[in-house]
Design a protein around this ligand. Structure first.
Ligand code: ADP
Ligand code: MG
Length: 727
């Protein structure tokens, strides 16, 4: 056995779980390391507290004096907890999080020093971040970008560092991160939704989007992961024959959690609690070694920050338990991949979930208004939602019969379908008193009862209504939720804005009553967006055909899917809603294409190296062994060797066949790579997608065949059966 595989396996077999004891009630220390309202009340003056709360709740600017007070209070709090450094924590367009730590410590001359953290340092920083992707907005020789405090997401302590959530923008004002457009989209949906809410309740002053993500992930032993060059470089396995036992028996889903894993989960959840991430649910997923963690939902910006932070914390906690956490959408061929469902809703500052039916016909009309407008928004912008979840790694999952297809559709359940069908037949213009009564009592009035037994949950739908929220299920497990959340909130904002205009026109020019006008507009929306509704099996071939007939897009690859991002319609939409400028949209498109190209390029290189440096030499070694055996048999038995060595001779040829194929396919792949490297932007991504990537499966096929032919003793790579099935 190769030394590295042997050592890794030995290490794994000797593992003892690293116990993690939960000693305290979680509620006793939840948010202990967060500069939240409770902590602020302790450390801030009344004025400063009011300033910050005004900024959080009403988007008011924080003046210098208040910022100085806040920074000084933050410093006192942080020092009292043994913190030495602070950082502006932000989410550059790499999808990860970034931080550069500065010490509070400063010298003041005469050999003296103090701990200092002023308002200036809290509010704005200039990281030397010239190597973050910026899509050409911020050339390295131009003005640098800066980070600016986002008071709506509280500062927190991680390790010995005070982390201040910030946006990252260029000096010319363009967003260079994931958070800035999200905040703008949330502002847009607040404005548009609040205006619509006023039809139903004049007291509503603010509408917030909520997000509850569900994070899926794999855990494998660290030693085994370290022994696989593909996992280290690409986060997934590029080679590996599927094990005899995979997920056929469905015995992992919701099964009992192995103790090593449970210790990891407890440790992770402990860290989450300290950081104020309200994690609630944990369980095994479908695939062996696959798990899920979900929190209680929060305001969308905070939830996005918390998910980014969680992914980071997972990376840090896993090694303590000798695990590697794999967030990749498809780490193992033949077993299910991972996603990150984004549960989304809108709620008012008066405490109403706008996607939850109420108790009165009027509150149900409000529910229907937001429900139908969301469906219409998805219908009109399905291609943008598809683009929002496109990535090289998510391409493996979408449409692979384990995750939603690449076609966006909306599932609403049978009962709500019936309600919409009834609303579709509402009379145009003024309604008769009878029709109004009928609508109120028998259609709109019945909704809460209806939902109670609306239990059929269609798991194959990418965008499903699940009783009091929509669940966007096509988001990938590595994704930063900011991107899909920005798109969803922007399209809903635009839709609600248009809706308000249409209803007002009917009220003013057609002299309709408010509810009549609303019914009239909703009726037209239901008619025009019907093609996005689908209740059947999203994995089926019939749906592919049906969706095509309906004119829904079905982009199987990232380069294709991303195009929608830069259509005129999309750019106009982002500009109108104040979410992104044309330059911002286009630079993001460039960055995503480039990221795609780089990812496939790296995979191609790693695969080529592994096949040439690991697989082929092993195949030759084994072949030589067989040849020696054949020669020996010939020496001893003379001509009878042909019968005695029949199997060996066949094997020798079979191995040669695979070696030849691997070799020639790698050569062809390298040729295509060279051609692709001369291209740029979309053309490069397209070439990597359609010319280079197809060789992956071919090369892998022959490597995996060799894995089952060659003596297990000398196989150099840790096998699937060894990596999966952690005890
Ligand atoms: P599933 O059956 O899909 O696993 P769960 O009920 O376990 O669904 O959890 C779904 C997620 O939806 C949880 O994170 C929960 O907090 C979240 N959620 C519930 N209500 C809302 C809401 N109004 N807005 C956003 N997310 C919500
Ligand atoms: Mg879910």
């Amino acid at each position: 056995m190769s030394k590295i595989r042997f050592t890794a396996l030995k290490e794994t077999l000797n593992r003892v779980p690293v116990e993690f004891q939960e000693t305290e009630r979680r509620s006793a220390y939840f948010g202990e390391n967060v500069f939240n309202e409770g902590t602020m009340r302790q450390f801030l003056t009344k004025d400063a507290l009011k300033g910050v709360l005004n900024a959080i709740q009403h988007g008011k600017k924080i003046d210098r004096n208040i910022a100085d007070q806040v920074s000084s209070a933050m410093k006192e709090w942080a020092l009292s907890k043994g913190v030495t450094h602070y950082t502006h924590w932000f989410q550059p367009l790499t999808g990860a999080t970034a931080e550069k730590h500065d010490a509070f410590f400063e010298t003041i001359g005469d050999g003296l020093s103090i701990e200092k953290f002023g308002g200036d340092q809290l509010v704005q920083q200039e990281p030397d971040a010239s190597s973050f992707p910026n899509g050409g907005i911020r050339n390295t020789f131009e003005a640098r970008g800066y980070t600016a405090w986002d008071p709506t997401s509280p500062a927190f302590i991680y390790g010995t560092t005070l982390c201040i959530p910030t946006v990252f923008v260029s000096y010319t004002g363009e967003a260079l991160d994931n958070k800035t457009p999200l905040l703008r989209a949330l502002q847009a949906v607040d404005t548009a939704a609040t205006a619509v809410c006023k039809y139903f309740d004049k007291n509503v002053k603010k509408v917030s989007a909520s997000l509850g993500w569900e994070q899926e992930y794999f855990l494998i032993d660290n030693a085994l992961a370290e022994a696989r060059p593909d996992i280290i470089a690409t986060g997934r396995t590029l080679i590996g024959h599927s094990p005899a036992k995979g997920q056929q028996l469905d015995d992992h889903y919701f099964g009992s959690i192995p103790s090593r894993v449970l210790n990891f989960m407890k440790d992770l959840e402990h860290e989450c609690m300290l950081l104020g991430i309200p994690v609630k649910t944990r369980h095994n997923e479908v695939a062996p070694n696959q798990f899920e963690l979900a929190p209680i939902f929060e305001e969308a910006n905070l939830a996005v920050d918390h998910n980014s932070l969680l992914m980071d914390v997972m990376w840090k906690v896993a090694p303590r338990h000798h695990f590697k956490v794999m967030l990749h959408e498809k780490p193992f061929k033949g077993v299910n991949g991972s996603g990150k469902h984004n549960n989304w809703s809108l709620s008012t500052d008066t405490g109403v979930n706008l996607l939850s039916p109420g108790k009165t016909p009027m509150s149900n009309l409000q529910f229907l208004t937001f429900f139908v407008n969301t469906i219409k928004a998805v219908h009109d912008n399905e291609d943008l939602l598809r683009a929002a979840i496109a990535s090289a790694s998510n391409d493996h999952r979408l449409g692979a019969n384990e995750a939603p297809p690449a076609i966006i559709s909306v599932f609403i359940g049978e009962q709500l379908t019936n309600v919409l069908n009834e609303l579709r037949t509402v009379t145009k213009g003024k309604l008769s008193p009878e029709e109004k009564t009928d609508l109120k009592l028998n259609v709109v009035g019945k909704i809460p009862d209806v939902l109670l037994d609306n239990t059929d949950r269609n798991r194959t739908s990418p965008f499903a209504f699940t009783g009091n929220k929509f669940e966007f299920r096509a988001v990938g497990s590595t994704a930063n939720c900011a991107n899909p959340m920005t798109v969803l909130n922007t399209i809903v904002a635009k839709q609600l804005k248009d809706f308000k205009v249409e209803v007002d026109v009917l009220i003013k020019s057609k002299n309709l009553k408010k509810d009549e006008a609303i019914f009239n507009v909703l009726r037209e929306y239901i008619k025009s967006s019907r093609s996005i509704l689908f209740e059947g099996n999203g994995y089926s071939d019939e749906w592919m055909k049906e969706a095509e007939k309906r004119g829904l897009s079905n982009y199987r690859t990232t380069p294709e899917a991303l195009k929608a991002k830069v259509s005129k319609k999309a750019i106009d939409l982002y500009q109108e809603m104040g979410v992104m400028s044309q330059v911002e949209v286009e630079s993001r498109y460039e960055i995503e294409l480039e990221e795609y190209t780089m990812k496939i390029q790296i995979e191609a290189r790693v695969l080529g190296d592994m096949a040439r440096n690991h697989i082929i030499p092993t195949a030759i070694t084994y072949q030589n062994r067989l040849l020696k055996n054949v020669i020996g048999l010939k020496e001893v038995y003379g001509e009878r060797y042909k019968t005695l060595a029949a199997e060996q001779l066949l094997l020798i040829e079979e191995i040669s066949g695979h070696i030849t194929e691997i070799n020639s396919k790698i050569n062809l792949m390298v040729e295509e790579r060279k051609k692709a490297n001369k291209l740029q932007g979309y053309k490069a991504a397209d070439a990597y997608c359609n010319k280079v990537k197809p060789y992956f499966d071919e090369i892998r096929y022959h490597c995996d065949k060799l894995e089952v032919l060659i003596d297990d003793e000398i196989w150099p790579l840790v096998k699937y059966r060894e990596m999966l099935f952690t005890r």
